[in-house]
Design a protein around this ligand. Structure first.
Ligand code: GUN
Ligand code: ZN
Length: 442
């Protein structure tokens, strides 16, 4: 490390996680400093501690950002999102299959045009910055250039992002289909071009079992073997009609997870979106294979898919890793506050509580761990990458009013996840660089 390079120094309230609040009593799983300092250097977190102890170490060369009483924590991690669906977020009146056919597929068709893809990628990156999202696992479209456009935009500001070309060779419009051969050739070219370039990571991305032939799923399996350092993402068990369709299409498989099991697609670098309607057998297979899930509650409510049960994931030995996903455009918001609130509401439907420490953990370190990146991002700890969010705890008149009666940190965080939105994001730091309203700040 070059100790002469100027450091960025953040001052404010600081929240980090010391443990998993789903495993230990959540009130013992975090560390909160009411007046803290975070040193950033060369894209990494260098030190975190009390202002009283660390402020003597600030030098004239350091750039100090005083965030006063705002809350500094790790940037949010969105474990499942479709950047290409920005143009159809908030579309009326359909559930999954009709929603795909009516809104999503026509919109994704537009990404054959590189200019359209670039414009959308820029708008997507802006939404991440505006909402405090520093890492996401992103579905592009079937077009190779949709991945180039996305990674060009995220690499330009050095974001830790995972993404991949969607693979579909059946049950989709002609203009959105590839073939097993094209899936292989284009995924390979994209992996060579983008995987581990800067902070970009490639995720092999078959859309879901109904839109890939068995030959294409074999290609996915081959790619996973050939490129073991890449990720794999797809959807599962989101919607009852989808599940009945999978039973028809794969009569030799015991269930939906059985399809991905058959093609060797499960494992520690696999992230499955939704997983709402699972059998005991499927939960056991996910746990044994250490496959991660992305819980996308605003989407599950918005397109009427159902209620994910995180306690079932926790009950397994080992527990199934779960992160939060916005799933825009099936999801109705880029806000991780909205996503946490919806996760709380979905848990309530099951008679469970998701406390604020658990929700913020899922939105940061839990999400990072579900992506296998917990040793690089998701927390405020020396050596981790310098991706942070700064939250204004007084961002609207209602929140200010509510905060007057708040007595504990838990209450304060719970009020935020219930009431806040992008107005509460004071700043987002990517690779140590500060952004406000998606604009870089010195
Ligand atoms: N299942 C297959 N494709 C999609 C998609 O684009 N969004 C959602 N929510 N579910 C899917
Ligand atoms: Zn999705």
């Amino acid at each position: 490390m070059n100790n002469n390079a100027p450091r960025t120094v953040l001052r404010g309230q600081v929240l980090s996680f010391t443990d998993d609040p789903f495993i230990v009593d959540s009130s013992t799983a975090y560390h909160h400093i009411s007046d803290g300092i975070v040193f950033l250097q060369d894209g990494l977190i260098e030190a975190v501690g009390n202002a009283a102890e660390l402020s003597p170490q600030i030098t004239d060369a350091d750039v100090v950002h005083d965030h006063a009483d705002k809350l500094i924590m790790a940037g949010f991690v969105d474990t499942h999102v479709h950047y290409s669906q920005l143009g159809v977020i908030g579309s009326y009146g359909t559930q999954l299959i009709e929603w795909l056919n009516t809104y999503t597929f026509p919109e994704e068709g537009k990404f054959r045009d590189m200019d359209y893809a670039r414009t959308c990628a820029k708008a997507y990156v802006d939404q991440c910055l505006i909402n405090g999202i520093s890492t996401a696992s992103i579905y592009c479209t079937v077009h190779e250039q949709s991945v180039d456009a996305l990674f060009e935009a995220t690499d330009a500001i050095n974001m830790r992002m995972l993404a991949g070309k969607v693979l579909m060779d059946r049950h989709a419009p002609d203009f959105l289909m590839d073939t097993p051969d094209l899936a292989y050739e284009q995924s390979t070219a994209l992996i060579e071009r983008w995987h581990e370039k800067g902070r970009s990571l490639y995720s092999i991305t078959p859309r879901f079992a109904p839109t890939s032939t068995e030959q294409q799923l074999e290609v996915v399996s081959a790619l996973m073997r050939e490129y073991p350092t890449t990720w794999m993402q797809t959807h599962t068990s989101e919607n009852k009609a989808e599940m009945a369709w999978v039973t028809e299409l794969f009569p030799d498989c015991p269930d939906y997870i059985g399809v991905y099991e058959k093609y060797d697609m499960l494992g520690p670098k696999t992230v499955l979106g939704h997983a709402i309607h699972l059998s005991d057998r499927e939960w056991a297979v996910l746990s044994e294979s250490n496959t991660a899930l992305s819980h996308c509650p605003t989407s599950n409510l918005f397109i009427g898919s159902g209620f994910f049960d995180f306690t079932a994931a926790q009950a397994k030995t080992p527990p199934v890793r779960v992160g939060l996903g916005t799933d825009v455009g099936g999801g109705s918001s880029f806000s991780m506050f909205h996503t946490m609130k919806a996760a709380y509401e979905v848990a309530q439907v099951h008679g469970n509580n998701l406390d604020a420490f658990q929700a913020f953990y899922m939105a940061t370190l839990g999400g990072a761990k579900s992506l296998g990146l917990g040793d690089r991002i998701g927390n405020l700890k020396p050596g981790l990458e310098a991706d942070l969010v700064v939250i204004d705890l007084q961002s609207t008149p209602l929140i200010r009013y509510r905060m007057q009666t708040v007595e504990t940190l838990h209450e304060a965080l719970f009020a935020q996840m219930t009431l806040a939105d992008d107005r509460a994001i004071d700043a987002t730091y990517i690779n140590g660089k500060c952004y406000r309203n998606a604009e870089p700040v010195d």
